[in-house]
Design a protein around this ligand. Structure first.
Ligand SMILES: [Cu+2]
Length: 148
């Protein structure tokens, strides 16, 4: 009995915000036609329970500008989830945490460049940071991902 009481809130917390019965969280991804690692990231999100809508664009930079992610943080693809933007190979768990915490005055998350071994990227894992990008264009570390 005691065990059950302890386990239940933990399970509930782990399941948020993608509980069964919730509408699926839609991620709109903007990428070029030739971007293989972008497809790898989309597959990573789908495996984590997100609904991915893929948009092939001629000019990813133009799409990024239009959405409002500063080019300083650019990666190979840019995405929108709810009111936030997600740039590059950001792990699904970080996107989920962003949605759970819903920080104010934030544009969203960015994993600048293309870190080797990040979700959708092949190669030996390297250290990288996922940044929380504020509306004023500044960023702080949202989650550090050490090479494993
Ligand atoms: Cu990439």
């Amino acid at each position: 009995m005691k065990r059950t009481l302890l386990a239940f809130p933990l399970l509930a917390a782990l399941a948020l915000p993608l509980r069964a019965g919730d509408p699926p969280v839609v991620v709109d991804v903007y990428k070029s036609a030739t971007c293989g690692c972008c497809g790898g990231w989309e597959a990573h999100l789908r495996a984590a329970g997100f609904t991915v809508r893929s948009h092939v664009v001629d000019d990813v930079s133009a799409a990024r500008d239009k959405l409002g992610m500063p080019s300083t943080y650019a990666s190979c693809h840019t995405a929108r989830v709810g009111k936030y933007l997600v740039e590059g190979h950001v792990p699904a768990a970080d996107v989920r945490r962003l949605l759970a915490e819903h920080p104010k005055d934030a544009i969203g998350l960015a994993a600048p460049g293309m870190p080797s071994g990040s979700p959708g990227m092949t190669g030996a894992p390297q250290d990288y940071d996922v940044l929380l990008v504020a509306r004023n264009g500044r960023a702080q570390v949202f989650q550090h991902h050490p090479a494993r």
